[in-house]
Design a protein around this ligand. Structure first.
Ligand code: ATP
Ligand code: MG
Length: 233
């Protein structure tokens, strides 16, 4: 099993093919210190989601290894691995149920107080409290009680409550009003603090704040550096 992890993540010479002879990832090398945030950018089909898939062990690499705190993730149980990795994906922001249930997801022991605290931390409390039934408001997976930005903030609250050492996040591409945009930026900082994070980044602010930017192109890693370093060249 993987004991409580620090969150040092290393991709060692990864090669991965969904279909033989067509590598979706090729020669990926990446060493991420515990607590660092990585922005993954690149065109559609460049391999961003595939990197996340290997980290969660939805697939195993054809060559190379993924290490967490120096241990090959193939040597630990899937359950212990996934209990330490939080995943925020665009299409799973909200499921049908109350807002409280949406935040509590996976942390059934969480008290109302804890739920309110994480909602406050990610600037979601005010709009939730203003709804007719507050935290007990029913929302639908594809309903429109909540804006796209609000849905994302609720998924941040859920991730904060789960408190994983490693966080994978697929940023929403939907356009969001300026006010919510600022809230999301701040909430993201709160959420990422002290965790190792991999973000498929669409916002310039997210890319700017990342410790490293990884540019993928046809499964290869093209550039690494933070925003300031890249801008110098
Ligand atoms: P997007 O920005 O569109 O999400 P991405 O950078 O996440 O793109 P990936 O989904 O990682 O790209 O895809 C990398 C390559 O692997 C692409 O050529 C894609 O067609 C292929 N691929 C992805 N998923 C599968 C799959 N389940 N089966 C076969 N090929 C796949
Ligand atoms: Mg993708």
């Amino acid at each position: 099993a993987l004991p409580s992890i620090q969150g040092h993540v290393k991709f060692e010479d990864l090669v991965f093919e969904y279909e033989p002879g067509r590598p979706a990832l090729n020669g990926i090398q990446l060493d991420v210190q515990a607590g660092q945030s990585i922005a993954l950018v690149g065109h559609t089909g460049s391999g961003k989601s595939t990197i996340m898939n290997l980290l969660c062990r939805f697939y195993d690499p054809n060559k190379g290894r993924v290490l967490i705190d120096g241990q090959d993730i193939r040597e630990v149980t899937i359950q212990s691995l996934r209990s330490q990795i939080g995943v925020v994906l665009q299409d799973t922001f909200i499921f049908s149920g109350t807002i409280k249930e949406n935040i509590r997801f996976g942390r059934l022991d969480a008290t109302d107080r804890e739920i309110e605290d994480v909602a406050k931390a990610v600037h979601a409390h005010d709009f939730i409290a203003a709804l007719p039934n507050g935290y007990d408001t029913e929302v639908q997976e594809r309903g429109n009680v909540l804006s796209m930005g609000q849905r994302q903030l609720i998924s941040f609250a859920r991730a904060l409550l789960a408190n994983p050492r490693v966080l994978i996040l697929d940023e929403a591409t939907a356009s969001i009003d300026t006010d919510t945009e600022l809230k999301i930026q701040e909430a993201l900082k709160t959420l990422l603090a002290g965790r190792t994070s991999f973000i498929v980044a669409h916002r310039l602010s997210t890319i700017r704040n990342a410790d490293k930017i990884v540019v993928l192109d046809h499964g290869r890693m093209m550039e690494i550096g933070n925003h300031d370093e890249l801008m110098k060249e």
